[in-house]
Ligand binder design. Structure first.
Ligand code: NAP
Ligand code: G4F
Length: 321
């Protein structure tokens, strides 16, 4: 039986990855920070199968202890302050967790169990003000937010530990991926939750920022499989994971409203409060390396993703949850 340690287990990706690894027969340990109230909605259904370890990415001693307890074959470092918009409000905290937290996790592995395979959750946000389209593993980074800058640090420190200490360490440069478990502040979930509330008569308007931004949106369930595949190869490497399609926020809105038979123009209001100090205008990934070397490709289309999320929110709110 293989053993995995997942940081960020309560998040969207952590929950899908935990499910995926449990299905494969892994013993799963989840690093979890203390919270005053329960935040286990994504993992409620599997929490009896997971061994939780208390820890925080900014606290090296807790990470060393976690690696000592879990003795993992594989470490998936998914924890981060992951909300781009908040990274301007909390730039130092974002750096401490999303950047230096990666070094803490790598250090814990290096000191306690050097032969653990390590996955770092890198991001297409590193491409920022893109210098070429589509973006692939050789596209230079030009981050546009404190979050993006922190992820660039996390990416390079992972490469550096691989090259310095011969660690099996990989970065997955994942483009936006969504699901019914997405946090409510991200634009896709904000839209599907808003559409469901409008359809059910619980609210009338949806206030959003830049509707012209383009993203390469895929389904989170597909993307966690790519993380696992990266750690099963002979040689550690970095991979772009994307669908190869890009859509505007407006496209997402249109499909979501169409699904419930409403015209978005009657409900969407643009609010300057949600415009960012610097924007990433366009992301479009080229994941041909992952297709060739990992045999990975997405299975859920853009339309299916939008509909899956709206349907989930309609059911959830319809059941009063
Ligand atoms: P998410 O839903 O926001 O989950 C983040 C997780 O990190 C949560 O479990 C959170 O715990 C935990 N966390 C935050 N700060 C922590 C700290 N100081 N110590 C320990 N745990 C901490 O994010 P996600 O969408 O699943 O994304 C997973 C990872 O992939 C993140 O690193 C993200 O930056 C990266 N990524 C995501 C995407 C995407 O489109 N989803 C794309 C590229 C890269 P709490 O529940 O306690 O807050
Ligand atoms: O959903 P978002 O907040 O995601 P963003 O900024 O692309 O970041 C996500 O994807 C990254 C990968 O590229 C991850 F690394 C990161 O952790 C996160 O998961 O915003 C998407 C777009 C932006 O252009 C934003 O300006 O939607 C635009 N937008 C328009 N109105 C809005 C809103 N975003 C949010 N969150 N809220 C709005 O009202």
């Amino acid at each position: 039986m293989k053993t995995a340690l997942i940081t960020g287990i309560t998040g969207q990706d952590g929950s899908y990855l935990a499910e995926f690894l449990l299905d494969k027969g892994y013993k799963v340990y989840g690093l979890r920070r203390r919270t005053a109230t329960e935040n286990d909605s994504n993992i409620k259904h599997i929490k009896h199968e997971i061994e939780f370890i208390s820890g925080d990415l900014s606290d090296l001693s807790s990470l060393i202890e976690a690696v000592k307890i879990a003795q993992p074959d594989e470490v998936y470092n998914l924890a981060a302050q992951s909300f781009v918009a908040d990274s301007w409000m909390q730039p130092i905290f974002t750096g401490q967790v999303t950047a230096l937290g990666v070094t803490n996790m790598l250090e814990a592995v290096r000191q306690v169990k050097l032969d653990s395979r390590f996955y770092q959750a890198s991001s297409s946000e590193m491409f920022g003000k893109v210098v070429e389209t589509p973006q692939n593993e050789t596209t230079p980074f030009y981050p546009r937010s404190p979050y993006g800058v922190a992820k660039v640090y996390g990416h390079w420190i992972t490469v550096n530990y691989r090259e310095s200490f011969d660690m099996y360490a990989c970065s997955g440069i994942l483009f936006n991926h969504e699901s019914p478990r997405r946090g409510f502040e991200f634009v896709t979930r904000k839209i599907t939750d808003g559409v469901a509330k409008i359809k059910l008569g619980l609210q009338n308007e949806l206030r959003l920022g830049n509707l012209e931004a383009k993203r390469d949106w895929g389904f989170a369930g597909d993307y966690v499989k790519a993380m696992w595949l990266m750690l099963q190869q002979e040689v550690p490497d970095d991979y772009v994971i994307a669908t190869g399609e890009t859509h505007t926020v407006k496209d997402f809105i249109e499909i979501a409203f169409q699904y419930v038979g409403l015209d978005w123009r009657n409900h969407v209001v643009q609010d300057p409060k949600f415009i960012r100090p610097a924007e990433v205008d366009l992301l479009l990934g080229d994941s041909s390396k992952a297709k060739d070397k990992l045999g990975w490709q997405p299975t859920v289309s853009f339309e299916q993703l939008v509909q899956m999320m709206v349907e989930h929110d309609l059911q959830r709110l319809g059941n009063g949850l």
